[in-house]
Design a protein around this ligand. Sequence first.
Ligand code: FES
Ligand SMILES: [Fe+2]
Length: 443
Amino acid sequence: MLTAEENEVLCRVGPDTPMGRVLRRYWVPAFQLDDLPEPDCPPIRVTILGENFVAFRDTKERIGVLDELCCHRGASLVLGRVEDCGIRCLYHGWKYAVDGTILETPNLRSSRFKERVKHGSYPVRESGGLGWVYLGPPGTEPPFPEFRWADSEADEISVSEMILDCNWMQVLEGSIDSSHVGILHLDTLAVMGVGPRSVGSYEFAGDPWDTDMPVPAGGGVGWPSDDNAPKIEVENTPFGFHYAALRDVADDPGKRYVRITAFVMPYTAFVGTSNGAVIVVPRDDYSCSSYGVFMVPKGAGGGAARANANRGVDPSVWGPEPDRRRLRVPPQDREAMAAGRSFAGFRGGNRVQDAAVQMSSGRLYDRAKEHLVPADLAIIRLRRLFADSIRLVEEGKQPLGLGEGYNFADVAGATAVVNSETPWQDQVSGNRGVGEQKAGADA
Ligand code: FES
Ligand SMILES: [Fe+2]
């Protein structure tokens, strides 16, 4: 439980908020590279952390991310023309380079003005199918997190984005919340033919009804457990923390079923696998983007996977531009629920089930009303890392989990059945490093 004040601090992300200052000290996954497919293509608006930017790819393929509003008199550069190594404002024709240099001011006789003024611009990196931006104070960029997908030659990258209309913390907490999987996602497990078949008095009376839902890749061991009260163990790492959800294995007391999630401060969770991650980024205080970035074997159709990333989700939930990626939760099928063919009643698999409950808490949930239990230990750790980082940044120090000297390609989640005596950490030895974090090197 948090006080109402602590909840506000945790959830608000604008530039003048404590959390906003922390979040700007990490590289921010900001947009899909697919949205800037070629030189001089149309620019896009990028909304992150409560601010709007324009992103464009210039004639030499460089990406620029600039403040959205022209620094002459504030027209949106999203309307602008991308041409001859720059973006030109439609209103009076001022033209900007990717680094914010003013190249031309056609409504001004003197050319000297443009040497004195520079438009707001931000460092950009391309990695894992995403454009990443650094919005923190100049010169404070931390090491860029080159995850294992950055130089994977054997795989293609599949990226999908879903925009959800609720505070990002509701979605982020859901990504490190193992104990809901065997409950909210009971239908998904049933379609996969694994896991528990019942929750409370609910039991499948027949086949689950949403049999064409997208199901997560197997990972080899299925879901060999009907234990819905996993023990959670959490440990800090150089990049944030990792945790294990430990479940009894059906019919084998000497074994346990282990699902390990690595959480990379402050946006990224490798959930039970090393093949990809869920990345949650605030657009503003009341909406966020949830990206899935996954490596798929070459030839298995990365492009097709990209196009089909939201397959199984009722097409009617997606609107036309600008709502092409904004999820509107489909109606709940109470008949299927009553007939024992669906526990949750939402077609479309885990992503829709997750989005339905996360948005159901309202636009910004007040955590003063919650009751945390041991199953929520990872969520408690997440909030502590943020609270400590806020304090450190207020003291002029660095936030936690910047991963100085750490090789981000080693970050891993894992799923395994192991002997009860075997430390779960053996499954993800690359996550280790400093153990408990050193708090607060000077910025
Ligand atoms: S407002 Fe952009 S050039 Fe005048
Ligand atoms: Fe989920």
